[in-house]
Design a protein around this ligand. Structure first.
Ligand SMILES: NC(=O)c1ccc[n+]([C@@H]2O[C@H](COP(=O)([O-])OP(=O)(O)OC[C@H]3O[C@@H](n4cnc5c(N)ncnc54)[C@H](O)[C@@H]3O)[C@@H](O)[C@H]2O)c1
Ligand SMILES: [Zn+2]
Length: 368
């Protein structure tokens, strides 16, 4: 069994992301070795707690709290319950939180670790593909408000991230594909690191075949690790990770976070970004089509024909990256991305109409 350790630089020192097949059954030693915490408390959700959280809590001799499942639970009320629980359990400054779950659990438990007693140790054990390659890495923690996603939070990097690709066997296929969209996004951002692994493993993984998944996950982790190491607080280059998210976030918000999984909304956003990049001459048509064809194995996702442009526009204009009538996009270009590209609402509206016109079983390449 090989362990891959990818280092992430952070203002508080560096930490490792360990990718190791089958490691979850024996993580206690690694967790104890990586942090100075004298005691641990495990936080999971009602689904993952039963599957993996309870076993890990037992290994660590730690108490376990299962949060309600899903994005609806990523709010201040749940945070309050979690902090109350930590305090009831007699938490002290040198104790550590171990978050076992998807991005919802690592975001909220990481935030609780940041604010309880002004800062506890914490370790992330992501159990969704999206968590492994994205949410658990980079130290962004927080919760949603009714007014929008991730509006309260802080940077509080974990001391260790433990990835066991074997846990993906129990993950719903649609969730797995949603995570693969972020892997595809990472490949567009850093084709040099990821394109080969993508072409070897992507199609099989989209079909639920997990043999060899570790290699693709490891390369996607390297992309995120490289990006956040260079710009932890998103003062510049970390914005690359927002590729596909300008439209993606607007679609999620416009549909009350119910119609699309995150990766599915990002998929539409990536298609729009590819089309805008082609129209602007950043990418040749055949190059844009190559990415669109790869994305096809993740289809179908819920169509955008049922989401009106007006609804989308209302949320696009609220996007944090917008200023003065134009929205700033991350657009693909050969070998990477261009940041802060100004795109007018009229131009986006035109591309959105094209997305809406794609037939349900249509080929994404027909967009170009
Ligand atoms: N902090 C960051 O930098 C960052 C980056 C990207 C996304 N995020 C956040 O991540 C969240 C989305 O994360 P997600 O997609 O992992 O969703 P999630 O945490 O809601 O998990 C999705 C579902 O899968 C279940 N699940 C998780 N692991 C499983 C497993 N191994 N087997 C069976 N079921 C399993 C969960 O119980 C849940 O029902 C969003 O809130 C988003 O804002 C954060
Ligand atoms: Zn994302």
């Amino acid at each position: 069994m090989t362990v891959q350790r990818i280092e992430v630089a952070s203002s508080t020192g560096s930490y490792g992301v360990l990718v190791e097949q089958g490691s979850l059954s024996d993580l206690a030693g690694r967790i104890r070795g990586a942090t100075r915490a004298s005691r641990f408390l495990v936080v999971s959700d009602t689904r993952v707690g039963r599957l993996y959280g309870a076993g890990l809590a037992q290994q660590l001799g730690a108490p376990l709290l299962e949060l309600p499942e899903g994005e609806q639970a990523k709010n201040l009320a749940t945070l309050g319950e979690l902090v109350d629980w930590l305090v009831e359990q007699g938490v002290e400054r040198d104790h550590g939180v171990v978050a076992v779950g998807g991005g919802v659990v690592t975001d909220i438990a990481g935030f609780a670790a940041a604010v309880t007693l002004r800062g506890l140790h914490w370790v992330a054990v992501p159990t969704t593909l999206l968590g492994m390659v994205d949410a658990a890495i980079g130290g962004k923690t927080g919760v949603d408000l009714a007014a929008g996603k991730n509006l309260v939070g802080c940077f509080w990097p974990p001391e260790l991230v433990l990835v066991d690709p074997e846990v993906l066997a129990t993950l719903d296929r649609r969730q797995l594909r949603s995570g693969l969209m972020e892997v595809l996004k990472a490949a567009i951002i850093s084709p040099f690191l990821l394109e080969d692994a993508l072409d070897q493993r992507f199609v099989a993984m989209a079909g639920g075949e997990l043999d060899g998944a570790a290699q693709l996950i490891e390369q996607a982790v390297r992309v995120k690790a490289e990006v956040v190491s260079a710009d932890e607080r998103e003062e510049g280059s970390r914005a690359a990770m927002n590729l596909g998210h300008t439209l993606g976030h607007a679609l999620e918000a416009a549909t009350g976070y119910r119609l699309f999984l995150h990766g599915e909304a990002v998929g539409w956003g990536l298609l729009a970004a590819l089309r805008l990049a082609r129209d602007r001459g950043f990418l040749a048509t055949d190059e844009a089509m190559r990415w669109a064809a790869r994305m096809q194995v993740l289809a179908p996702f819920p169509p955008v024909s049922q989401v009106s442009w007006d609804d989308v526009l209302a949320f696009l204009s609220r996007d944090k990256k917008r200023s003065g009538g134009v929205v700033r996009w991350v657009l693909p270009r050969p070998g990477g991305v261009a940041l802060g590209v100004e795109v007018s609402e009229v131009e986006v509206a035109g591309v959105y109409r094209e997305l809406q016109a794609l037939p349900a079983s249509g080929q994404f390449t027909s967009l170009f």
